[in-house]
Ligand binder design. Structure first.
Ligand SMILES: Cc1cc2nc3c(=O)[nH]c(=O)nc-3n(C[C@H](O)[C@H](O)[C@H](O)COP(=O)(O)OP(=O)(O)OC[C@H]3O[C@@H](n4cnc5c(N)ncnc54)[C@H](O)[C@@H]3O)c2cc1C
Length: 408
């Protein structure tokens, strides 16, 4: 069958790979350009699954394994003495970012995946677009897809006014071999997502597949995150290394100052359950992620199109980034294959609605974090979302359709 046209995809992570797989299946000539060298490492670490994610994987033709991750039977919240203060039943598989990434990556031929290609610029001419890379290469193509994440260079060029907004809090993260945690703690936490509440933000953690996607006891990893309110000064302090350099796009784990990590460990001792404190203590190299979100107003810019986190980044509480990226990509491939502007317009309108709903859901879940609400409505919302019963049921729910409020 004759090719339907050429597509250059900027970014070879989740959205880029899903787009490439869907477009290849519809007979487009696809090339991915990724700025990193080699394979990507565990970007999001733990991923809570739901039927939308399985649908997305199946639509992309990914062969589902019988076991996609670790079974979790529900959520529990510990008080600061280590007693369970709340429980919610929610059966869910906790998979890992790496496991899904490797599934997808295998399906793209080596010759169509170009590592070490960092996009610098774009130019448009009639029905084509030319991408220029930092290494001097360039490519001219029928369509260009910006799948280059929250700090997208494609978006910077086509929609420079849309930038990520700091949410007023950051996330401490850890991903460690389960054998580093005392066995009695792993046993107590192994079949559920665990939560703890501290002033300024909640902690959560769960077991995920280990290296080489191992799921058996003794070979898994434990993935955790602790959200902490941090104003601009505190953010600046967290992201500044011992040489005084400020890493505004995120600080590499090995450069986080020891005293910043010590304060976090001291606060864990003070506010969190002893089981949780042991997990934090066992994490030699915790890392930091400032929380941002934003919404795009437009996704199609002549021949360049935004998908995944480049289009909308929702806060991670929703646990939907991967399935959103997958549906952006597979529905875009369908729209492009129809080869008429109306289909592309319809695609853009439906993905704008979905993206806005995901961002709003993340803001609702994070409404008690960050700067204190002052007006009565926001205060009431914050109080509602910090209740254990809400937090445990709504965070990365196995039924996201219940919480996504789509505009008509
Ligand atoms: C703490 C945390 C927890 C999360 N938990 C979940 C969860 O449970 N479930 C879930 O579904 N999602 C979760 N997510 C979100 C999920 O990881 C992202 O939504 C998803 O990875 C988005 O994929 P993407 O391909 O759009 O962007 P990214 O994964 O950010 O990929 C962008 C790619 O583009 C490349 N790139 C960037 N600039 C350029 C350039 N100029 N030229 C070439 N290449 C470039 C980058 O190197 C990168 O490989 C979580 C995220 C965080 C931060």
């Amino acid at each position: 069958m004759k090719s339907r046209g050429s597509v250059a995809i900027i970014g070879g992570s989740m959205a880029g790979l899903f787009a490439a797989i869907s477009l290849r299946s519809l007979n487009f000539d696809v090339n991915i350009f990724e700025r990193s060298a080699g394979d990507l490492t565990n970007g999001g670490a733990g991923i809570a699954t739901h039927s939308e994610l399985y649908d997305a994987l199946e639509t992309a033709g990914v062969e589902l394994r019988a076991e996609m991750g670790i079974q979790s039977n529900g959520r529990i919240m510990f008080d600061n003495e280590g007693k369970i203060m709340h429980r919610v039943v929610m059966k869910q598989i906790m998979t890992s970012w790496g496991l899904i990434y490797r599934f997808l990556r295998k399906q793209i031929p080596k010759e169509n995946y170009h590592s070490e290609h960092c996009l610098k610029n774009l130019s448009f001419s009639g029905k084509s677009v030319t991408a220029v890379f930092a290494n001097g290469d360039n490519v001219t193509t029928d369509w260009l897809i910006g799948a280059d994440g929250a700090r997208s260079q494609v978006r910077r060029i086509v929609a420079p006014t849309i930038t990520p907004i700091y949410a007023g809090y950051l996330g401490w993260r850890g991903l460690i071999d389960e054998n580093l945690i005392p066995k009695e703690v792993v046993d107590q936490l192994s079949l559920q997502m665990a939560f703890g509440m501290a002033p300024g933000g909640h902690w959560l953690g769960y077991l995920v597949a280990g290296p080489d996607d191992a799921l058996n006891e003794g070979n898994r990893w434990y993935n955790w995150g602790w959200y902490r309110t941090a104003d601009e000064d505190s953010l600046q302090a967290h992201l500044t290394d011992s040489n005084g350099e400020f890493h505004h796009n995120g600080i590499p784990a090995h450069l986080i100052r020891k005293e910043i990590i010590s304060v976090m460990r001291e606060e864990a001792k003070k506010f969190l359950a002893p089981q949780i404190e042991k997990i934090i203590e066992s994490t030699a190299t915790p890392f930091l992620q400032p929380m941002y979100d934003f919404s795009s107003k437009q996704l199609v810019f002549e021949r360049a199109i935004l998908v995944g986190d480049a289009a909308f980044t929702a806060r991670p509480h929703v646990g939907m980034g991967v399935s959103k990226a997958a549906f952006d990509a597979s529905s875009l491939a369908q729209a492009l294959s129809k080869n008429n502007p109306a289909s592309l317009k319809e695609w853009e309108s439906s993905r704008l609605k979905f993206g806005r709903a995901a961002v709003q859901w993340g803001r609702d879940l994070g409404s008690y974090l960050g700067p204190k609400a002052t007006d009565p409505v926001s205060k009431q919302k914050a109080e509602y979302y910090m209740r254990p019963e809400t937090l445990l049921s709504v965070t990365a729910s196995s039924e996201p359709q219940k919480y996504l409020r789509m505009e008509a």
